[in-house]
Design a protein around this ligand. Structure first.
Ligand code: CDP
Length: 205
């Protein structure tokens, strides 16, 4: 059985947590596509050429423990604007989406470019202040030296770059369902996503 769920949205909107929990709930596989861009960005910070870094990305690159830092997020968003870098990463994502047993992919262009025929498309968002506050809590809990203002600036700069780029810009697909998590707990946001997926599954099975 193939069943693809595309979850897109701006930085720190809660896509990762929702995707993981939704995948667990339905027994689907989950791919955090941001991690692929972060791993490529991290290799570029190490001094590699962006195209080579994307083309020769290895599974172990996704296990680096510096991928969640603001520096790597920034590098990811810069190389993500390069069309050839995105092209090099498409097949891996599409193969993953088409695997048997169902798949959830989260990112920026899943519903628009990677899986335009996804069975369910969600666009998860929240106000910039709330997203920045959540990311600030997450990073400071990891012991990173960050400030609230700095994180808000980073999140805003990354969103602006991701939305303005010509290649696969971050945007909601026309047929995506919006989930604003500003006022929702994690459990409520996950429940809202599950409800949308159930509605489609009940129609198709
Ligand atoms: O976790 P957060 O939402 O902050 O970011 P992420 O999903 O890990 O993505 C990091 C960066 O990778 C984003 O700012 C985008 O520039 C890029 N990205 C992308 O261009 N396309 C995707 N499908 C996923 C991430």
């Amino acid at each position: 059985m193939r069943f693809t769920v595309a979850i897109d949205g701006p930085a720190a909107a809660g896509k990762g947590t929702i995707s993981r929990k939704v995948a667990e709930h339905f027994g689907f596989a989950h791919l955090d596509t941001g991690l692929i861009y972060r791993a490529t960005g991290a290799r570029v910070l190490d001094g590699q050429d962006p195209l080579k870094a994307a083309a020769f990305l290895r599974a172990e690159d996704l296990d680096r423990d510096d991928l969640r830092t603001p520096e790597v997020a920034d590098a990811a968003s810069r190389i993500a604007a390069v069309p050839e870098v995105r092209d090099a990463l498409i097949n891996f994502q599409r193969d993953f989406a088409g695997r048997d047993g169902g798949a959830v992919l989260d990112g920026r262009d899943i519903g628009t470019v990677i899986c335009p025929d996804a069975d369910v498309k969600l666009f998860v968002t929240a106000s910039p202040e709330i997203r920045a506050e959540r990311r600030y809590q997450e990073l400071s809990a990891k012991g990173l030296d960050v400030t609230r203002d700095g994180v808000l600036e980073d999140v805003n700069a990354r969103d602006a770059r991701d939305a303005a780029r010509a290649a696969a810009p971050m945007k909601a697909a026309e047929d995506a369902v919006m989930i604003d998590t500003s006022e929702l707990s994690i459990d409520d946001a996950v429940a809202a996503a599950i409800k949308q997926i159930e509605a489609v599954r009940n129609k198709t099975t």
